[in-house]
Ligand binder design. Structure first.
Ligand SMILES: Nc1ncnc2c1ncn2[C@@H]1O[C@H](COP(=O)(O)OP(=O)(O)O)[C@@H](O)[C@H]1O
Ligand SMILES: [Mg+2]
Length: 329
């Protein structure tokens, strides 16, 4: 049995000891699942010759003046934020999820993951909780004093995020993909939550998949991060098993958070979705909407290369394999 399967089985075993979950519960467990990567090769030292001409500073890009109001009460009403009674517990769990993502992105205590600043919130099926996770994780990232976060609505067909924040008629990702003259920064909308901004989905078109898979997408992803070393970009995405857009998107990110809806997403769907993801990505599983009786904060963690996961021959040892840890919330 592969490590992924063992992790999922453990979760199922723990779930089978408690009554079935209620659909409205907002708790979640995390299952970070990180593909092991070799440490990046040392970069060759480059000696720069003295510039012949004096560099002209590039002008700061034009910024939109509109500020999006993040209405937490309205988000709660739409069930995209947890009820007040569960807020504290859930924010502790998101803190637990974001720590390894930040460590991988910035190389804090671990080797920096290439393109680790770009994080895709993925799942096998619709309704698993990608948009919920994107919003809650983005708010958690924004609380970090030294980080900023751009929440990108990359589920362009549904544009759930854009509609939620009332920016569905604004220019966004799709328009950037179509029009090379558009400047990314000019479309990223600031919010009244310090550190949090939003890139809307833009106008949906039939060729979204081709555009997301194009070199222009890579260019846009680079442009969002290149100027800002402490900026995290979260992509709320379409379901992996139903659309091709999500696979295209996975090519430009360094980390993937795979949302699994507890007791709903079939294990085979999770495995198939992971199989679709590109090589060399860091993948973490988040178990969403778990039962209250499953002790919150438990998570299962293992490290192993994605290829080995399915072969089942990766040893489960002290240092690496399936681990059970208690989140400190
Ligand atoms: N942890 C959670 N607690 C409570 N409700 C949740 C949770 N995760 C998702 N939901 C609810 O489940 C529904 C589907 O979630 P959503 O994030 O829109 O899924 P997806 O983006 O994967 O299609 C939403 O109505 C949302 O309110
Ligand atoms: Mg969604």
């Amino acid at each position: 049995m592969s490590l992924v399967e063992r992790a999922l089985k453990k979760i199922q075993e723990s779930r089978s000891q408690v009554p079935p979950a209620h659909a409205s519960q907002a708790s979640l467990n995390t299952v970070p699942l990180q593909a092991q990567r070799p440490a990046p090769a040392p970069q060759p030292t480059v000696t720069h010759a003295a510039p012949i001409v004096t560099a002209v500073p590039t002008p700061e890009p034009a910024r939109p003046t509109r500020v999006i109001h993040i209405d937490r009460e309205a988000l709660r009403q739409s069930e995209l934020l947890p009820p007040l009674s569960q807020e504290r517990q859930l924010s502790g769990e998101y803190r637990q999820i974001k720590r390894p993502l930040i460590a991988n992105a910035l190389g804090r205590g671990v080797a920096k993951i290439p393109n680790g600043h770009r994080i895709m919130i993925a799942s096998a099926m619709p309704g698993d909780g990608k948009t919920f996770t994107s919003i809650n994780l983005a708010l958690s990232f924004a609380m970090e004093k030294d980080l900023s976060v751009v929440l990108v609505d990359a589920d362009v067909a549904k544009a759930h995020l854009s509609r939620t924040f009332g920016v569905h008629n604004e220019l966004g990702l799709m328009d950037l993909l179509r029009d090379e003259q558009l400047d990314v920064e000019s479309l990223i909308l600031p919010t009244d939550v310090p550190g949090l901004s939003i890139l809307p989905a833009g106008k949906a078109i039939d060729t979204a998949n081709e555009l997301l898979a194009s070199s222009r997408m890579e260019q846009i992803a680079n442009q969002i991060t290149v100027r800002y070393p402490n900026r995290i970009v979260l992509f709320d995405s379409p379901p992996l098993l139903i659309t091709q857009e999500a696979m295209a998107l996975s090519a430009v990110v360094g980390q993937i958070v795979m949302v699994v809806r507890a007791g709903v997403t079939p294990q085979s769907a999770v495995l198939d979705a992971i199989e679709l993801l590109g090589e060399g990505k860091s993948v973490g599983l988040v178990l969403n909407q778990t039962d209250e009786q499953v002790r919150p904060g438990y998570y299962y963690q293992y490290y192993g290369h994605k290829d080995n996961d399915r072969s089942g021959d990766t040893a489960e040892g002290d240092d690496g394999a399936l681990r059970r840890s208690v989140a400190d919330g």
